[in-house]
Design a protein. Sequence first.
Length: 278
Amino acid sequence: MNTLPMERKIQVLKALVEGNSIRSIERMTGTHRDTVMRLLVKTGDDCQRKVLDKYVHGFHSKLIQVDEIWTFVRKKERRLTPEEQTNLELGDQFVFVGLDAETKLVPAFTIGKRNGQTAIKFMRELKYRLAGNGRIQITTDAFRSYRWAVREAFGHDVDYAQLSKIFGPTTPGYGRYSPPKVWGVLSTIINGNPDARFVSTSYIERQNLTMRMQMRRFTRLTNAFSKKLENLKAALSLHFAYYNFMRVHRTLGMTPAMKAGISNHVWTWEELLSFGAN
């Protein structure tokens, strides 16, 4: 990997953040898949430690939307053997993601099982990323563990509401995959006095679609998946560094980091990769 010229590294990373698979990148660029994976893990680790941890910290947010997105490592949960089920790094994994509704910045994400422990870990991370001044409003789905996680991380100094989707009856036919039709949405105030106009998860759900389109290992009904949790974490760190600092948001006309005031320009690939050289 160290012998790859800068142009080839950028070519590979561009293909990764646009949702290409490892083997397709191997065919397009002539770079061996093992080299592609080493570059992904190295760059992803640098993005987490030297970019996201350093720069996405201490900004003020008023409206946070939270959701989870499913994927798996090596095998789906139902395929795990009894011995493998004790390994929390295998099987179904959920990525808890928080998004600032005004700037579209993603300040925090956490990977783990869909349980209270992961929810608390995520909310603590979100609290750490946000500036301490000002009251914020949080909206999540109806996952029960969020109630305790928000209270544990933020106490009562937060306006918090949950959204529950009401699905209509279904008569699934052969080969049906689409979700049932949503008949309505129920809003429940959990703490404080959240503004009903901004109790929504629409932006974070759109972010979930972006993740599925721009990371091949999240694409449904394919044979693309992570073999190691380390690879999944690296792919997520690369994605969110690219999304926050390099990808111009069409609605904003700038990157989320610029809108949030933590960057004053659109980052280049050379700039991002320079952190790995330091």
